[in-house]
Design a protein around this ligand. Structure first.
Ligand code: SF4
Length: 341
């Protein structure tokens, strides 16, 4: 079990244009120790701690030591830490402190590998900084995960492909994918309300996320989360972009729909089609609020299903005397297959 502790903007320095959290520049500014003690006291047994919401690499060594000292009284119950951070600055002393405090996994934020967009987002680092950080951290024995985004300003499919290619090449322990949301009060919101940034449609953001999700999965990289959850965002502050509480499930069911449709089209199947699949994939076949079944019907396909012990993400389509084997990668096969691991 991971106990998340959110450290809004701790160590961020400059602010990314899309981000809006209460600013904390030093842990002394809030009673962080009491907050941490309260969170840990409410948990039973042993657990891992996740430090999220800021830029741990941006902390000075004394501040970072003070942060970890907040956990000393519970250290016998803490199995280790994972942290999220920007890939800069890469300070050897900070890395030593992280090692000394049993940090096992470092999640690096890299919204895109397009340097122009990183600059527009005011990230304060380049794609090369990220690659250097991954290399150094892996050589120091850390597990490295990546947090990427979709639906960014001026984003193209070439950017999405580049993100997918880098994920495959860097082979992180896992990834998280966040579609961009526009929050009131951010610099991005100013651009949005001045109509200098027009987000792409939700469906397109979903399909771009599907692409990254499938490319990573095909290379053996799991996506542990897609989209912000309710407790990470104040919904009233969202004025644009792609927020949906079931975003991850919509991405997975879209991937399944595209894969089934690709096989139906390729083999000219229509009418009544029986899908045999792992029980875990039934929600992916049906879709969020049964959206996939409706889309199949609109294309002249009446879907029924039965479960079997076959591997998740695979299926057999039976129609008349035909039985077609497929898997989740079939919908985007030409594009995803072109990305070599
Ligand atoms: S996105 Fe992360 S690094 Fe950027 S300002 Fe927000 S908390 Fe800091």
């Amino acid at each position: 079990m991971i106990v998340p502790i959110f450290l809004p903007h701790l160590g961020c320095g400059e602010r990314c244009t899309y981000c809006d959290q209460d600013i904390i520049t030093d842990i002394g500014e809030v009673n962080l120790e009491a907050r941490i003690a309260g969170v840990l006291a409410s948990r039973k047994g042993s657990f891992e701690v996740g430090l999220y919401g800021g830029n741990i690499f941006g902390l000075t060594p004394p501040v970072l030591r003070r942060l970890f000292s907040c956990f000393y009284s519970e250290k016998h119950r803490i199995t280790g830490f994972r942290i999220s951070t920007k890939p800069v600055p890469l300070n050897p002393e900070v890395i030593e402190i992280l090692k000394g405090n049993r940090v096992a996994i470092i999640e690096l934020g890299i919204p895109t590998f397009n340097d122009t967009t990183l600059n527009v987002l005011n990230r304060g680092h380049t794609a090369e900084d990220l690659r250097r950080a991954v290399s150094v951290l892996k050589s120091e024995g850390f597990g490295v995960a990546l947090q990427v985004m979709t639906g960014l300003p001026d984003e193209t499919m070439a950017d999405i492909r580049e993100t997918a290619e880098n994920i495959v090449c860097l082979a992180p322990s896992y990834i998280r994918i966040y579609p961009l949301v526009v929050l009131a009060g951010t610099r991005l919101a100013d651009t949005f309300t001045a109509r200098r940034f027009e987000p792409i449609f939700f469906e397109e953001v979903v399909e771009r996320t599907v692409f990254i999700y499938l490319a990573a999965l095909k290379a053996g990289v799991k996506t542990v989360k897609m989209g912000l959850t309710d407790n990470e965002v104040i919904k009233e502050r969202i004025i644009g972009g792609s927020y949906h509480p079931a975003f991850g499930s919509i991405v997975k069911s879209t991937a399944f729909y595209l894969a089934v449709m690709a096989n139906l089209s390729k083999h000219s199947l229509h009418g009544e089609v029986l899908v045999t699949l792992n029980g875990r994939d039934i929600p992916h076949l049906i879709g969020h609020k049964r959206a996939n079944l409706k889309r199949f019907r609109e294309r002249g396909v009446l879907i029924t299903w039965e479960t079997s012990e076959r591997p998740p993400d695979t299926f057999v389509l039976a129609c008349g005397n035909k039985a077609i084997d497929g898997d989740i990668f079939d919908g985007l096969d030409p594009a995803v297959s072109a990305i070599d691991g």
